[in-house]
Design a protein around this ligand. Structure first.
Ligand SMILES: Nc1ncnc2c1ncn2[C@@H]1O[C@H](COP(=O)(O)OP(=O)(O)O)[C@@H](O)[C@H]1O
Ligand SMILES: [Mg+2]
Length: 370
């Protein structure tokens, strides 16, 4: 690593209760959202590894509430896993390392928020799912995450991003973007706009179910993309889930829906060859089997009934967010080519069309593994 990064990391690391002396570090990735570094400390001859990560305060405007959620949740997970007597406890739930002053975050001279986790050894994540076995692991890992947290009252967590999954509000915003057509792109996206408008009746399905009290608000992850599951480097078993910034009160259906979106097709989020994009039934079956096995102790029939719909609805919600951003001139999602957001939208909508075709088989799979 260059001298500047090294100095920065040494300086940041010194703020946290890390045993030993700073030895080395490297940048893991500049994520969509966070900047992540790994660092190794020499703890009396033994290596101690940590993750230092910034919080994107443009997106997460309540970093203090966010970190208090993360601490609450990781401590709860650890206590529960410990009581179950699992092996390799340190690899099965993230652990926050507090600062020497106490708080679980450090604000640097330029106002950036940093936090530190114990490094989880010998795990890796994948951007796209490769096999039903992996899909099973993802369903099981996020299901277990929800299950372990099912006795933590949702009201004890801060809602760090209000209306995060509020599809009707997202839809409203799309209608406004179509109406103003500031960048004169509506013509180029006519098919996608028509598809979106045709789904209007689905838009409020989950918020209505919540408002009617049919499905409860629980502690949920809210960013259940496949690449947030860490799989053991040798066995492929899911060890833990990461990216806890969006942990807050929510519906388990939002979590499951985003798993369906990201873990049933071996294609990237912005796949351009749409003929490759489909809901692959063996992936879905494995995903739902893993999820239902892990959530058996708490999931209610009303929640189970909405699982298939949630896949469609979350894929739709993300799809219209990409479409809206395209119409609004690509202000939110970073693009790497022209029409990138339109491509992303098309991928989501193609996946929905495929779900429509396979709906019966998907329902049948839910029934089979329930
Ligand atoms: N505690 C950890 N141990 C090992 N690797 C980690 C840990 N936390 C994060 N990572 C790695 O850093 C990557 C980015 O972290 P993540 O929290 O998912 O942020 P982003 O918002 O950038 O996706 C993860 O995909 C994972 O590879
Ligand atoms: Mg991530």
């Amino acid at each position: 690593m260059n001298r500047e990064d090294r100095e920065k990391l040494t300086q940041i690391g010194a703020q946290f209760c890390i045993p030993g002396r700073f030895q080395d570090g490297h940048r893991i990735k500049i994520g969509h959202i966070n900047e992540t570094f790994a660092a190794t400390y020499d703890d009396g001859g033994r290596p101690f590894r940590v993750i230092h990560q910034t919080i994107n305060t443009q997106v997460f405007r309540e970093p203090v509430g966010l970190m208090s959620n993360v601490v609450r949740v990781t401590e709860h997970l650890r206590r529960k896993l410990q009581a179950q007597g699992v092996d390799q406890l340190d690899r099965r739930a993230l652990q926050v390392i507090p600062t020497r002053e106490g708080p679980p975050y450090h604000v640097d001279a330029s106002g950036r928020y940093w936090r530190t986790f114990v490094f989880v050894d010998d795990v890796r994540s994948y951007d796209a799912v490769e096999s039903p076995r992996q899909a099973y692991q993802a369903g099981h890992a996020f299901g277990q995450f929800q299950s372990l947290l099912s006795d933590l009252p949702a009201g004890e967590l801060a809602t760090t991003i209000p209306d995060f999954h509020h599809t009707p509000k997202r839809f409203e915003r799309l209608l406004q973007a179509i109406e103003s057509d500031e960048f004169h792109r509506c013509d180029l996206a006519r098919q996608e706009i028509d598809f979106a408008l045709g789904m209007k009746s689905l838009v409020s399905a989950l918020v209505d179910a919540e408002a009617r009290g049919e499905v409860p608000v629980r502690v949920t992850h809210n960013d259940t993309k496949f690449n947030n599951v860490m799989l053991d480097g040798h066995t492929g078993e899911a060890m833990c889930v990461v990216d806890l910034d969006t942990v807050m009160p929510g519906l388990v259906l939002y979590d499951f829906g985003d798993m369906v979106r990201t873990t049933t097709s071996r294609t990237a989020e912005d796949e351009q060859f749409l003929e490759r994009v489909e809901l692959e039934l063996p992936m879905f079956e494995a995903l739902v089997r893993g999820y239902l096995e892990a959530t058996r102790s708490f999931l209610m029939p009303a929640e189970r009934r909405l699982l298939v719909l949630s896949g469609k609805l979350i894929t739709f919600t993300i799809g219209i967010r990409f479409l809206t951003d395209y119409l609004e001139g690509d202000a939110y999602f970073r693009i790497h080519r022209e029409q990138h957001n339109l491509d992303r939208c098309r991928k989501q909508f193609k996946l929905i069309a495929s779900m429509n075709e396979r709906e019966e088989a998907m329902q049948e799979a839910v029934a089979r593994f329930s």
